[in-house]
Design a protein around this ligand. Structure first.
Ligand code: EPU
Length: 332
């Protein structure tokens, strides 16, 4: 069972902060977990692709890096394909593989960084589709005793960038495998932003939608291999209808998206840009110049620098709009 001490976490997460872990275990087979639990120092933390993570300079305890591999068609019926992927699989590679097999449905989620096992934790979403729309179930192991457990979609309690794994069950499970249900009746989802315009004049195929999503992401979002970031740094805030209406009266250009429950989702990127933070730096970190919602590491940053910038942005948005922004990544 591979274990390392005082490990540099900088290359193991996409923000690229200066950070070291007391211990790191590589989990290559699910049956290694029991041995890891027997020897690990607590607290335990589970690491996937590290693309939604702000690690402290010193991470005490044990980090378990999930490197479980494998993907397969489990079965099909007249309505859908059922596809399984191990938690350590790269998300984007998995999506491209399903498309190459002729099983569409995940194309709008192309190029999201991270692993399959991390995807349910915050119910990843982009361009009008969320993981929960294609999710069937998942397998996980208890971090108490390595016992397996099966979670249905209902038990996962998915909502916008959230699930039971960030709430009541946070820190209790290691997801080993995710099962997807990909409907055979393909209906492209093209209503977000300029996706439809990007496809203008082209045949609408699953791969064409994937390519349009990839081009859109590449035009706005920084590549973590080039500049450290964790994607959107804040949730898009959801406010009640009266608050949204009052804000729109003062700011007619403010984007606002009515939700099924009557509330309204605001665009955190717009609020941050209006508050003057787009492209602005504070110490070694800043808000990205093409997408103000993305916090970027210009080099040598630590978690404390991220916290300072986060609080400055939150304070300015609060003062100007009376809206509280909450961070999206997980803090260690
Ligand atoms: N906007 C600005 N200025 C900015 C950024 C955005 O005015 O600097 C405005 C845009 O013009 C648009 C609105 O805000 O009217 C929304 O912007 P965008 O379409 O870029 O999406 P987003 O709300 O900023 C969300 C997700 C992204 C996802 C995109 C596309 C969250 C927190 N973020 O971003 O997810 O890729 O929609 O679906 O929900 C992530 O979670 O890491 C992520 C990148």
């Amino acid at each position: 069972m591979p274990v390392l001490s005082d490990v540099n976490l900088q290359p193991l997460h996409t923000l690229g902060l200066q950070s070291r872990a007391e211990r790191l275990y590589h989990l290559e087979h699910a049956d290694q977990l029991a041995d890891i639990l027997a020897s690990a120092v607590t607290p335990l933390r589970v690491l996937g692709g590290g693309s939604n993570l702000v690690p402290a300079e010193r991470v005490a305890g044990s980090v378990i890096r999930v490197e479980l591999a494998g993907r397969a068609l489990l079965g099909e019926d007249e309505h859908a394909w059922y596809v399984a992927a191990a938690a350590g699989e790269n998300w984007h590679d998995f999506v491209q593989w399903t498309l190459a097999q002729g099983w569409p449905g995940l194309e709008n989620l192309s190029l999201i960084p991270g692993t399959v096992g991390a995807a349910p934790i915050q119910n990843i979403g982009a361009y009008g589709v969320e993981l929960k729309d294609r999710f069937h179930a998942l397998h996980a192991l208890s971090l108490d005793d390595a016992q397996p457990c099966f979670f249905t979609a209902e038990q996962c309690m998915f909502s916008y960038r959230d699930s039971v794994f960030k709430q009541a069950e946070a820190g209790r499970w290691l997801i080993t495998e995710v099962l997807f249900r990909l409907p055979k009746q393909w209906a492209p989802v093209l209503d977000y932003g300029d996706l439809r315009q990007r496809l203008d004049g082209q045949a609408i195929t699953p791969q064409a939608v994937a390519d349009a999503v990839i081009a859109t992401r590449q035009s706005k979002l920084p590549d973590p291999a080039v500049i450290g970031n964790a994607g959107s740094f804040f949730h898009n805030p959801i406010v009640d209808a009266a608050t949204a209406a009052a804000l729109r009266a003062h700011h007619p250009a403010m984007p606002a998206y009515p939700q099924a429950d009557g509330r309204c989702k605001l665009a955190a990127g717009w609020l941050i840009e209006q508050a003057g933070w787009k492209g602005k730096r504070l110490g070694p970190v800043g808000m990205y110049d093409k997408q103000a919602l993305v916090l970027v590491n210009h080099g040598d940053a630590r978690a404390a620098d991220v916290r300072t910038l986060m609080q400055a942005v939150q304070a300015d948005v609060q003062q100007r709009f009376g809206v509280q922004l909450t961070p999206e990544p997980i803090w260690w």
